[in-house]
Structure formats: C-alpha cells, structure tokens
Design a protein around this ligand. Sequence first.
Ligand code: ATP
Ligand code: MG
Length: 178
Amino acid sequence: MKDNTTGLLMVYTGEGKGKTTAALGTALRAWGQGMRVLVLQFIKGGWHTGEQNAIKKMGDGLELRQVGDGFIDFNDEEALEKQKLLAKEGLETLRQAIISDQYQMVVLDEINYAISYGLVDKEEVLDIIATKPAKMHMILTGRNAPKEIIEKADTVTKMEKIKHHYSEGIKAQKGIEF
Ligand code: ATP
Ligand code: MG
C-alpha cells in the first residue's frame, strides 16, 4: 500500500494546562497505530511520573527519555551547567534519532522552555528541525514558542488559561500533573 504520510511539525504552547498531556496523547495514538515514538523531555528529571510507568508497561515502540534534572535554579550555577549539559545530550539524541530514521514520531517536550531559558541554542534547534525526515511527525511543547518555530510549524495550538487549580493553592496532583 502506498504510504501517504506527511510528517507534521506541531506545537503546543500557551499559558494554559495541557501541552505535555496533548503531546503524550498524540504519542499514544501514534503508538497505537504501530508507529515508533520517541519522547524527549527537556528540563524534567528525577521526578517519577505516571507517563513513565505507563510507557514501561506498554513495552516496545514508545520510548521516553528525560534529558533534564528537574526544576531550574538560576542561582545555582553548577545545577544550571548540568541542565545545559543534559539538554545538549538531548539534542544529540534527537540528531541520532533523525539520522537513524527509526522513529515515525518524536516529541520534544518542554523544548520551548529549554530555548527560552538558554539551555539550548534556538538556531541549533531550528537547524535540527530542518533535517526532519519528510514522513516524521515532530511535536514541540512549552510556553513561549519562538516565532521562528511557529512560522515553520504546520499546526500550532495555544492553550489558554481560563482557570488553574494552582491559583487556588492546590498543589500538583498525582495522575493530573505527574
Ligand atoms: P501538563 O503537563 O499538565 O499537560 P503543561 O505541559 O501545559 O501541563 P507546563 O507549562 O509544562 O504545563 O507546566 C507543567 C506544570 O505546571 C503542570 O504540572 C501544570 O499543571 C502546571 N501548570 C500548567 N499551566 C499552569 C498555570 N497556568 N498555572 C499554574 N500551573 C500551571
Ligand atoms: Mg509541559
């Protein structure tokens, strides 16, 4: 059968909740279609999440790698350097994933934050995105998506915050935030 796949560049950005979960939902859908999916989570690390547990149970085909170290403390130079190093490794993993052409979908979770926080170079990310195989889907998440990425993307969704429980003092909830 002819493969009519058009690899899309998609972005979930904005101040409202749901960017990462929308990307993971799409990853779930793709995996269910027999596609191989790689999720790279920038900044995140050391925090055990429901999605990690789920993906472990799902077995082959959906891989999740955290390429960060948790929250960023800009006053801690050493921690910041570690975050930068991990983010750099994340980009290297992305390059390899693209070269291997083994994945039909790659999710770059929180990459927009990694760019705006200066962990990775925007131009470098744009250069890598430009090498995406034509049939590979790529999803980028995080607030403040750079305009160059928005311009290049096929689909951009901005989550709008109408309400968030955090404003009411309700902390992160299991199964909802992690
Ligand atoms: P989720 O991972 O739930 O899909 P997200 O990816 O849209 O959320 P991020 O900006 O990556 O949100 O922030 C991650 C965490 O911050 C989540 O735990 C989320 O609940 C929380 N969060 C998201 N939006 C807001 C907001 N407007 N105010 C306070 N906390 C928020
Ligand atoms: Mg997120």
